[in-house]
Ligand binder design. Structure first.
Ligand code: HEC
Length: 148
């Protein structure tokens, strides 16, 4: 047991030195006003709320709807079912069951509302914001509003 701890220390000690020498913010340092030159830019966090006006960046093409269809089969069908079988096997356990989404009533929803419903979740439905990328969710919107 003692030998194991020793080996672990050997692994950790050189790593700590490296980390101390890097350009990251040190404890008690004043806030940095601009990023260091070698910082990698990342896109900001997605901020979403019901009622926001959003445009669909994903053209409603056949390819997009097909991507949406396969995402639907993986992520949604278990609860919501499909045109022929509603609800899905998990949805059957819910009372009342999840609404039928393949009966074209969603064509009346605007794209932003659909995107927000699936991203933020609604009632007993979990949010998909962390589970699916933005692009995947827009593919799903295109599929849901179609009769495919
Ligand atoms: C765990 C089961 C479950 C899963 C998985 C699920 N949903 Fe739902 N969904 C529900 C339930 C239940 C409701 C109704 C809300 C309520 O009554 O609590 C709902 C409601 C909705 C609504 C609103 C429908 C309306 O007529 O207002 C949309 C849109 C929707 N879901 C889309 C999706 C999409 C897209 C997916 C997959 C990415 C998905 N759901 C996955 C359970 C689920």
């Amino acid at each position: 047991m003692r030998v194991h701890w020793f080996l672990l220390l050997l692994l950790l000690v050189p790593g700590c030195d490296d980390m101390h020498d890097q350009v990251s913010l040190q404890p008690q340092e004043a806030p940095r006003l601009s990023s260091p030159a070698q910082a990698v830019p990342i896109s900001g966090k997605e901020r979403l709320a019901f009622g926001q006006q959003l445009a669909n960046p994903q053209p409603n093409s056949r390819e997009s709807r097909q991507r949406g269809a396969s995402l639907y089969a993986i992520n949604c069908e278990l609860c919501h079912g499909n045109k022929d079988a509603h609800p899905g096997p998990v949805g059957k356990e819910l009372n009342p069951p999840p609404p039928q989404l393949r009966d074209s009533h969603l064509a009346a929803y605007d794209v932003a509302t659909l995107y927000q419903l699936m991203s933020l979740g609604v009632g007993r439905m979990p949010p998909f914001q962390q589970r699916l990328t933005q692009t995947e969710r827009w593919h799903l919107v295109n599929y849901l509003r179609s009769n495919d």
